[in-house]
Write a protein that binds this ligand. Structure first.
Ligand SMILES: Nc1ncnc2c1ncn2[C@@H]1O[C@H](COP(=O)(O)OP(=O)(O)OP(=O)(O)O)[C@@H](O)[C@H]1O
Length: 993
């Protein structure tokens, strides 16, 4: 029966590129594709697609008569074609002789695949003799030859890809050699066209070579093979064939390459035969040549179907893999593109549905939404600016820089808490409780804050004020600021102006600059979200001098209650009301604060703490917070008062408590380490274990139970359960001193206490019972073991002299770090008649140098008055020195001390024991007031001074001091130097001679 492939898709295929070629041809690379495409080209040239179709499936039978019928039908169709080509049609018209009459045929070697009956195959014929013979046979109207697949060369890998060098040599095979390489079973092939060395074949029926007839060209005798008879109605055969068909359909779903073949074939499923189905499956599968040859050789149709089924199943798997690979690659490549497209589509859809406005509208909506809740409280002029800017935003191009500037500006403008105040707390008692909770002492500051709250309560509103906390570092200026905010229920914001020299930091940059930002105050308001925060301006005394504008003046505008109700930030360009903001400034040296600023401030000075205050702060505040921070329980540690006192007096002699805090932290860190180490050791050892710890150097050996080697302690760990008993716990206190060589170890008693390699000696207590009834390790810190935790005292007493010799007097000084004591030393260099002079050292400033000159003159006058005979100053070259030489010193307040020192040398009389003095002296011996009375008093107490001489003008300052600062001091207030002379040199018996 003739099958004319009329599907339009086939027509399309033949007009397509080589990729549309049947897959079995395409798979074998260019060698096959090339002639195939040329043949296609020639056919296409004839503009007769129907002809091409016929060439593919010309018959469903291997029967010669059918072939004749097929050819006749082909011719009929061809004639019907508009552009029939007589030359081509003659090429496919079979000879008069029937195919089965061909018993001797020319043998055509097929390098890659066998030719299946009913299939079309273009090949190259390189052998000129063979080609000539083929041409000749066509001329003789006998265009048939035998096509046989070449066997693989012995030793080659059949799975190796074709197209290798070995393949190229097949064209050189000739005669016997070629004969031996041919598979026995092949196909009777009709030569449909010959163009150059390209020959197009159509397979007809199976052949088997029986003998070699001639070698050049190779001619063989053949038997025509017929399929073994089979029952067409056999269920198994049917089922197998149906499975082949359904697999082919599955492949069709995944592989478009096969679609045309399979569709065409299955369309004609009604009159197929099983044999051809098997051939079809094998032919179009991608199986290798030996597998295909196996199908060709199989004459049992059922078996052939089974073989084919295997091949197409495999093909299906391959096509699935191919599909997934293609999909993955496609996804990878087009992922980005697809996302972009989808995004665009999404945007378009949203816009269409009115779900999303464009960027500008969305932005405007965002800003409006932000300002909406505050609209009533927001000043009208600000609302007006916002409206104007929003209108401007709509008009600007979104990509323009101006747009960004406007957007940022609106962002800031709408983010500020216009008229948004936190509820103030005017409860004085609560505020006092909070202030006391956070800080010990600081009565002045606390009082001032409470006054402020009281006024606020009476007025119903609080007025922004500027409080300036001044004092040495570490006295709690910053931390009290935080407490005040808590007490007043205001938001807290801190910024430091130390070294600030750019006015823009305070007042912002103009919007026209790239990267312009508003000033600190606007940033503060945005940050805290309320318009009445407490703003702590740290280090205001260290405000820079400024290169562009004066930061001090900008601060003035910010802080002055008269001006700051309409503070104008350069960036915002709309006045902001800062009058509700409570400003607290901190400074170390009040004198360094620019005067106009200082004028507007209420200075509250914190002078520093005396030992007693430090003890309280350490015990009730620092220790508590540090212990909690280190995760140590109160019952695990005990720091004795003696230890704390030693720590304050020998390690932390500063005015504040920052260093003390550091030392306490150091102690607690070490304790934490010890506790953890002990915990680790006591957790792991079990009863009977030996644990040797302490100084590594001392450990020589570990012995068995009950033995102690010299230099090491062997301790037997008791059953941990025993430790919980009261009796045991109370018995196991061990004191270890690493410096002690042979420690007495009571080996009859189990010990759980272990010592770490910290190389410190501590008393480990296991006797304390917690509420839960468990024994706890307790670390005890006493004055004796303090150095194990904080090292040797770094700060030695300020007192150089236990008893000052003649010519040495203790003075009192004030520094930014607090008060301090200092000595004025004078010695005689040489004596020569009428050559009295004074040489000065100790990095003294100009004022202090002048003081020495004044002191020299005054001392000479007083000596003359007291002892007219004494010519000491007139004839002596003197040297006055103020230790420590590395520290620069200045100021007039050491005047009286210098006079006393000079007189003491002149009189060879030491001053009263434990006396210190301070006061500026005039040339006539009058004593002028000094500053820093509290600091100086505290410093004097630190140095164990018992008697202090202050100028009378400072009596008020001294009287204001807390009683605990004044307690036990003998204080003299003087107007004239003679009064000092009387106090300093009175009742002293130690005249040196
Ligand atoms: N009276 C006090 N009661 C409790 N703790 C205090 C007291 N004074 C200071 N402290 C603590 O001392 C530490 C240092 O204080 P802070 O940082 O406030 O010092 P400061 O005066 O601001 O120093 P600086 O001038 O260097 O900024 C803080 O942890 C603070 O809690």
């Amino acid at each position: 029966m003739l099958k004319v492939l009329s599907s339009s898709c086939l027509r399309g295929r033949f007009q397509a590129t080589p990729s549309a070629l049947p897959s079995n041809l395409r798979r074998h690379g260019t060698q096959l594709e090339s002639p195939w495409s040329r043949v296609l080209g020639s056919l296409r040239g004839r503009k007769n697609p129907s002809l091409c179709q016929r060439l593919f499936f010309c018959s469903d039978s291997t029967d010669g008569s059918e072939t004749v019928e097929a050819a006749a039908e082909a011719k009929r169709v061809e004639v019907e074609g508009e552009e029939a080509d007589s030359k081509t049609s003659s090429a496919i018209v079979p000879t008069v002789a029937r195919p089965e009459d061909y018993l001797t045929v020319l043998a055509l070697p097929l390098p890659h695949r066998p030719l299946f009956p009913g299939f079309y195959m273009p090949i190259y014929v390189k052998d000129p003799k063979l080609l000539a013979a083929l041409v000749e046979s066509r001329k003789r109207q006998a265009p048939y030859a035998g096509a046989f697949l070449l066997k693989d060369e012995p030793g080659t890998d059949p799975s190796a890809a074709s197209g290798s060098d070995a393949d190229k040599n097949i064209y050189e095979l000739k005669g016997k050699e070629l004969f031996n390489r041919l598979n026995e079973v092949g196909t009777l092939a009709q030569i449909t066209s010959i163009q150059g060395d390209q020959v197009v074949l159509i397979g007809h029926r199976r052949l088997r070579i029986t003998e070699l007839v001639s070698e050049d060209p190779l001619t063989v005798k053949v038997d025509h093979l017929k399929d073994k008879p089979y029952d067409k109605d056999d269920d198994v055969v049917k089922a197998t064939s149906f499975e082949v068909i359904s697999t082919l359909r599955d492949v069709l779903k995944t592989s478009s390459l096969w679609r045309d073949h399979v569709q065409t074939y299955t369309q004609h499923i009604g009159d197929f035969n099983y044999s051809r189905l098997a051939d079809f499956g094998a032919a179009i599968s991608g199986a290798n040549k030996s597998q295909c040859q196996q199908v060709l050789e199989e004459l049992d149709v059922y078996k052939r179907l089974k073989l084919t089924l295997e091949l197409v199943k495999k093909e299906m798997e391959i096509s699935k893999i191919q599909e997934s690979i293609a999909k993955a690659i496609e996804e990878k490549i087009s992922g980005e593109q697809r996302r972009y497209l989808l995004n665009e589509q999404l945007k378009a859809i949203k816009k269409e549905l009115g779900l999303e406005a464009d960027d500008k509208t969305a932005l405007s909506a965002k800003f409006r939404e932000r300002i909406e809740p505050n609209k009533d409280k927001c000043p009208p002029h600000v609302l007006q600016v916002i409206e104007e800017e929003l209108t401007k935003l709509q008009l600007l191009e979104a990509s323009s820089s101006e747009f960004n500037v406007t957007r940022n500006y609106l962002d800031w403008l709408t983010a500020l808490p216009w008229g948004n105040y936190s509820d103030e707390n005017f409860d004085v008692l609560r505020a006092q409780k909070i202030l006391d909770e956070d800080h010990y002492g600081l009565t002045d500051v606390k009082e001032r804050i409470l006054e402020f709250i009281a006024v606020g309560k009476l007025r119903g509103t609080s007025q922004g004020k500027i409080i300036c906390l001044s004092g040495p570092p570490g006295v709690g200026k910053t931390s009290i600021g935080r407490s005040i905010a808590r007490a007043l229920n205001r938001k807290f914001y801190r910024f430091s102006v130390g070294g600030l020299s750019d006015v823009a930091e305070i007042k912002g940059h103009r919007r026209t600059y790239i990267g312009a930002m508003p000033g600190k105050m606007v940033q503060c308001l945005k940050n805290v979200g309320t318009a009445n925060p407490l703003v702590l301006i740290d280090e205001i005394d260290k405000l820079g001098r400024g290169h562009a504008g004066d930061p001090a003046s900008a601060m003035l505008e910010l802080l002055d209650p008269e001006q700051n109700a309409n503070f104008l930030d350069h960036y915002l360009d709309v006045p902001i009301d800062l009058s509700k903001v409570l400003f607290v400034c901190t400074a170390n040296v009040v004198e360094m604060i620019p005067n106009p600023l200082l004028d507007r401030m209420e200075v509250v000075s914190i002078a520093g703490y005396i030992t007693d205050e430090k003890m309280h702060i350490a015990r009730d505040y620092l220790e508590k917070t540090t212990r909690e921070a280190c995760g140590i329980k109160p019952e695990q540690v005990e720091v004795t008062d003696a230890a704390l006192l030693a720590l304050i007096e020998s390690y932390c002699r500063e005015a504040g408590v920052r260093n003390l805090q550091k030392q306490i932290e150091k102690i607690y860190r070490k304790i934490a380490l010890q506790l953890v180490r002990k915990g680790a050791l006591t957790e792991h050892p079990t009863a009977g274990d030996h644990v040797v710890v302490l100084d590594e150097a001392k450990i020589e050996s570990v012995t068995d139970l009950g033995e102690t080697e010299v230099g090491g302690e062997t301790q037997v760990v008791a059953d941990p359960a025993d430790c919980s008993s009261n009796e045991m716990a109370s018995d196991t206190t061990v004191e270890v001193d690493p410096t002690q060589k042979d420690l007495p170890v009571d080996q009859s008693r189990p010990v759980t206490d272990q010592h770490t390699d910290l190389q410190v000696s501590i008393e480990s207590h296991k006797k304390k019972e917690t509420d839960a009834g468990k024994a706890v390790e307790k670390v005890l810190i006493d004055a004796s073991n303090l150095s194990d935790f904080v090292g040797k005292p770094v700060f030695h007493a300020e007192r150089i002299y236990d008893r000052t010799p003649a010519g040495v007097v203790m003075g009192l000084a004030w520094t930014a770090m607090g008060g301090s004591t200092l000595y004025i030393e004078t010695t005689l260099v040489e004596q020569s008649e009428g050559k009295g002079a004074l040489h000065v050292t100790g990095q003294l400033g100009d004022v202090m140098k002048e003081s020495t000159q004044i002191a020299h003159t005054v001392a000479r006058a007083i000596l003359l008055e007291k002892d007219p005979e004494n010519t000491f100053f007139a004839n002596s070259k003197l040297h006055l020195h103020v230790p420590a030489g590395a520290t620069p010193k200045d100021g007039p307040s050491a005047g009286c001390t210098m006079i006393t020192s000079l007189l003491s040398l002149a009189l060879k009389k030491p001053v009263k024991k434990d006396i210190a003095m301070t006061g500026e002296v005039t040339l006539t011996g009058k004593i002028l007031p000094i500053g820093g009375v509290k600091e100086k008093t505290i410093a004097a107490r630190r140095s164990d001074v018992k008697t202090i001489i202050f100028p009378s003008a400072n009596r008020r300052d001294f009287d204001e001091l807390a009683p605990n600062v004044k307690d036990g001091l003998e204080v003299h207030f003087v107007d004239d130097y003679n009064q000092i002379f009387d106090v300093a040199f009175a009742n002293e018996q130690h005249t040196e001679n």
